[in-house]
Ligand binder design. Structure first.
Ligand SMILES: Cc1ncc(COP(=O)(O)O)c(C=O)c1O
Length: 379
């Protein structure tokens, strides 16, 4: 009998039955009163739970579209933008901003490390930046940026809009928009919300909304905040067709988060990531990310001597667990594994047992069971 495949890449993450049920419902008209009510309630919940006195947007598209949407609504050609990059996804803003004709400066960290708050503050003093981008968790490195401390610094620069990429963080890492001084936060449905790919979710505070207003008509159409604000406040209105079933699925995810408790959810992610990283280290793997900057949503795992990436991931997949490869210079040197979203302890233990089965099949010499034992002790 074939093993069921656990999707343990850092997004999409496993989807639970109640969320799948929403995605599989018969679609209704977007003006259907029941759907309109569901959509309205979802927006209210998202604003409240992520603490924004502003707007929340739920729009069909991926995380990359949300990146572009954030930039499009707060900058105009020739504006200065500071990009803080801790890896591959931080760098993605370089291309997005360059294509829009923005003047960019980039602060980059070595992979596994982060750009310091001090360096960010010093750079912000150099010129007037219209916006700054920070990736909360860079999925290529597993490094978590100190978004709250950065937010404190940005308060001293009233012209700079603070954009946080929460794609690999939101709903797994603590984020409170207004309280942390964030102006735009965004994510995708397929990561720690545990919904299939397809929705971009953005929160925009008053500073970002004022900036959008001051820009007048912008060149972008589908991703214009001003076009979507009426719909997010009254879903009986039409602008572009909402992703009905995905919105239901996200609403179910939010219901699950409320049931768990959002703080409890963040704590669970912390507990699982500490235990999981310790187990991997006990097996002889190394974690790429410096200890103090390790995120709670995924692990970036360097192979010990003698384990070949392709073979490891192939056998692991045959045994039932899909993980992702390393990006950039780390392709072939590490794998990346997600532990975010709606994953229960069974899934975590099964994943670790599958990693051990794979190591045994590869003939890797280690203390058999030490990964699971460590997990049992630390979870
Ligand atoms: C941190 C981060 N930002 C942006 C993206 C891009 O999102 P998407 O692939 O949904 O377009 C990803 C994708 O993994 C990501 O991890």
């Amino acid at each position: 009998m074939e093993n069921r495949k656990l999707v343990m890449i850092p997004g999409p993450t496993p989807t639970v039955r109640s969320i799948n049920d929403q995605m599989g419902r018969e679609t209704v008209a977007f003006g259907d009163p029941e759907f309109v009510n569901d959509f309205s309630e979802l927006i209210v919940d998202l604003k409240e739970m992520w603490g924004v006195n502003g707007e929340c947007f739920v729009v069909a598209g991926s995380g990359t579209m949300a990146m572009e949407m954030a930039i499009a609504n707060v900058t105009k050609r020739d504006d200065n933008v500071l990009i803080v990059s801790n890896g591959f996804f931080g760098d993605r803003f370089i291309d997005i901003c360059t294509r829009k004709g923005l003047n960019i400066d980039v602060l980059s960290a070595e992979w596994g490390d982060i750009v310091s708050v001090e360096d960010i503050e010093n750079k912000l003093k150099e010129k007037d930046y219209a916006a700054i981008t920070v990736t909360h968790v860079d999925t290529s490195t597993g490094a978590r940026a100190p978004i709250e401390e950065i937010g404190k610094v940005i308060r001293k620069f009233p012209n700079t809009v603070y954009i946080v990429d929460g794609v690999a963080a939101t709903a797994g890492e603590r984020e409170y928009v207004d309280k942390m001084g964030i102006d735009i936060l965004f994510t995708g449905s397929q990561k720690a919300f545990g919904v299939a790919p397809g929705l971009a979710i953005l929160w925009a505070g008053q500073k970002a909304l004022n900036r959008r207003k001051s820009l007048g008509t912008i060149p972008e159409y589908y991703i214009d905040f001003e076009k979507w604000i009426p719909i997010m406040n009254d879903p009986t209105k039409y602008y572009a067709t909402p992703a009905v079933n995905m919105i239901w699925a996200l609403k179910e995810s939010v219901r699950l988060i409320k049931e768990e408790g959002i703080e409890e959810r963040y704590e669970r992610h912390t507990r699982v990531s500490h235990a999981f990283n310790a187990s991997l280290e006990a097996l002889g793997f190394e974690i790429l990310t410096k200890k103090e900057y390790r995120c709670s949503t995924l692990s970036t795992v360097l192979y010990p001597e003698g384990i070949e990436d392709g073979e490891f991931r192939r056998i692991l997949a045959e045994e039932g667990v899909m993980v992702a490869g390393g990006l950039g210079d780390y392709a072939g040197k590490m794998f990346r594994i997600g532990h975010m979203g709606n994953i229960d302890d069974h899934t975590i233990y099964s994943t670790m047992a599958t990693i051990e089965r794979t190591l045994i099949k590869l003939g890797y010499k280690y203390e058999v069971g030490i990964g699971l034992k460590t997990l049992l002790e630390k979870m």
